[in-house]
Design a protein around this ligand. Structure first.
Ligand SMILES: CC(C)(COP(=O)(O)OP(=O)(O)OC[C@H]1O[C@@H](n2cnc3c(N)ncnc32)[C@H](O)[C@@H]1OP(=O)(O)O)[C@@H](O)C(=O)NCCC(=O)NCCS
Length: 181
């Protein structure tokens, strides 16, 4: 599959509104957003600003997904990834995470880590994190409001620049609550 990543520009607001409102996003608190909400977010700089960059995932010339990089001026960038239902399970998600990881570490030489969070029961996204060298390093109990009103657990993953550069995986020091703490 020919996969390209194309910078989102504001002239594509209607295409973005169509993409986001035309799909169900069950693991996002906002679910399927109204077109008007997307337009307002674009106008407010939610998709492009000093701290945010957004890219279309283009498969064979078609808009198959979206990557939103945010907090990129804050030391540790985060990202949101959405693949349209018709393209899920084909390796698009892992290709996108490998691409954005290389993109961020190359474009921002000062950063030493990249983070991503997801809902605990988003097994596909968690699998993608693992396949792309990200390590679970946080668990947030009842921190992720679902669009069904339920409070789900959230999980945080991150990759270190040195692990990315060497292909290794440094695990967090989980067992550090020794006697006396
Ligand atoms: C999560 C998402 C980005 C993954 O993208 P994708 O293109 O489907 O991912 P890939 O095809 O690269 O890989 C998916 C992996 O998850 C696995 N997987 C899929 N559904 C799964 C499930 N329910 N349980 C366990 N593993 C699952 C696949 O088998 C595959 O792993 P494998 O290659 O070892 O078999 C995509 O499903 C999506 O956009 N979902 C909706 C939006 C979303 O939840 N985004 C996350 C933001 S927090």
């Amino acid at each position: 599959m020919l996969t390209e990543y194309r910078h989102f520009v504001r002239a594509e607001t209607e295409l973005l509104a169509e993409f986001l409102s035309g799909e169900e996003w069950p693991f996002h608190s906002t679910g399927s957003p109204e077109r008007e909400l997307v337009r307002r977010h674009v106008a407010e700089g939610h998709y492009d600003s000093d701290s945010v960059r957004t890219f279309w995932i283009m498969i064979e010339g078609k808009r198959a997904g979206l990557i939103r990089l945010f907090d990129i001026d804050d030391g540790t960038p985060l990202f949101d990834l959405r693949v349209a239902r018709a393209y899920r399970g084909l390796g698009v998600g892992r290709h996108a995470v490998r691409w954005l990881t290389k993109y961020l570490f190359t474009a921002l030489p000062a950063i030493s880590r990249i983070e991503g969070t997801t809902r605990q029961d988003n097994h596909a996204m968690r699998r993608v994190f693992r396949l792309c060298g990200y390590t679970k390093e946080a668990h947030y109990r009842e921190a992720w409001p679902g669009c069904d009103g339920i409070l789900y657990d959230g999980v945080g993953y991150a990759i270190l620049r040195r692990d990315w550069a060497t292909g290794t995986l440094t695990m967090p020091e989980w067992d550090d609550e020794h006697a006396g703490l």
